[in-house]
Design a protein around this ligand. Structure first.
Ligand code: NDP
Length: 257
């Protein structure tokens, strides 16, 4: 299938690892020019070089960081695709977490997408249209108990996505949100290694147990498996898809949606 993406330009936050890097690889295979943003310079440069991508070392949870990304996009002549992917889990109770933790995750999961969309959508408009994808989580709709701040800020990202889609439909910019379930990124592998050190369980057994307990499909997805879905939504072939949130979770969300 020709996804008709050759020669387009995509910006991916958190493009140096995990889901963001898998999406970058999948888009590069379709002939898309890439601008990848992340904080850790060494890994970002190595990964960008491997894909012939431009690298922007930036913390997108800060105004300076998003400004640096927007400046790089402008210098590249604009972009057709923005993927707001950078994010991470939390671990707290609502009664114990200070304001600073709420603010930190709000800035990373919501304000990064707000600022980057505000800066880059006008350039897309100038090019005749574009695509914005926001990577939220199944937790935006079905909370995990240990991470209320993650659940709440990802739910806000999902609603932001809907509101932005409504605002940008007249400009031929399609905005969608993706809610992944269990995706086997290095982050999960590290957690499994940590939690099984000194126990009788192997990291693989730990991950297998989580998958069997939560996802009816009984396994994690690979980042590449999820990336295919991002590529489709980026493609003009998804021309009627806008203003939606798509679950990619092996059946984990426990409602008919
Ligand atoms: P990883 O930890 O594997 O990768 C995260 C990427 O984001 C890295 O490139 C990291 O680079 C970058 N990043 C993190 N914080 C910032 C920041 N402040 N500014 C710029 N870049 C940043 O994460 P995943 O691939 O697992 O997750 C990606 C997204 O998918 C997240 O939003 C997550 O919530 C969501 N998700 C993941 C699921 C999963 O099972 N893995 C399930 C559902 C949603 P660096 O640290 O160098 O900045």
């Amino acid at each position: 299938m020709d996804y008709q993406l050759r020669g387009r330009t995509a910006v991916i936050t958190g493009g140096s690892e995990g889901i963001g890097y898998a999406v970058a690889q999948a888009l590069a295979a379709e002939g898309v020019n890439l601008i990848l943003a992340a904080r850790g310079e060494e890994r970002l440069r190595a990964r960008s070089e491997a894909l012939g991508a431009a690298a922007v070392v930036a913390d997108v949870s800060s105004l300076d960081g998003t400004t640096a990304v927007i400046d790089a996009v402008r210098a590249a002549g604009g972009a057709d695709i923005l993927i707001n992917n950078a994010g991470t889990g939390s671990n707290e109770t609502i009664l114990s977490a200070p304001d600073s933790e709420w603010q930190r995750y709000w800035d990373l999961h919501v304000m990064a997408a707000v600022r980057l969309s505000r800066g880059i959508a006008p350039m897309m408009k100038h090019r005749g249209g574009g695509v914005i994808l926001n990577n939220a989580s199944i937790c935006a709709r079905q909370p995990l108990g240990y991470e209320p701040i993650y659940n709440v800020t990802k739910a806000a990202l999902m609603m932001f996505s809907k509101c932005l889609a409504n605002e940008l439909i007249p400009d031929n910019i399609r905005v969608n949100c993706i809610n992944p379930g269990l995706i086997l990124t290095p982050d999960w592998e590290n957690t499994a290694r940590k939690l099984t050190t000194g126990t009788n369980q192997t990291p693989e057994e730990y991950l297998d147990a989580i998958a069997r307990k939560n996802a009816p499909i009984g396994r994690f997805a690979s980042p590449a498996e999820l990336a295919h879905f991002f590529v489709f939504l980026c493609s003009p072939l998804a021309s009627y898809c806008t203003g939606s949130t798509y679950q990619v979770d092996g059946g984990w969300l426990n409602v008919a949606a």
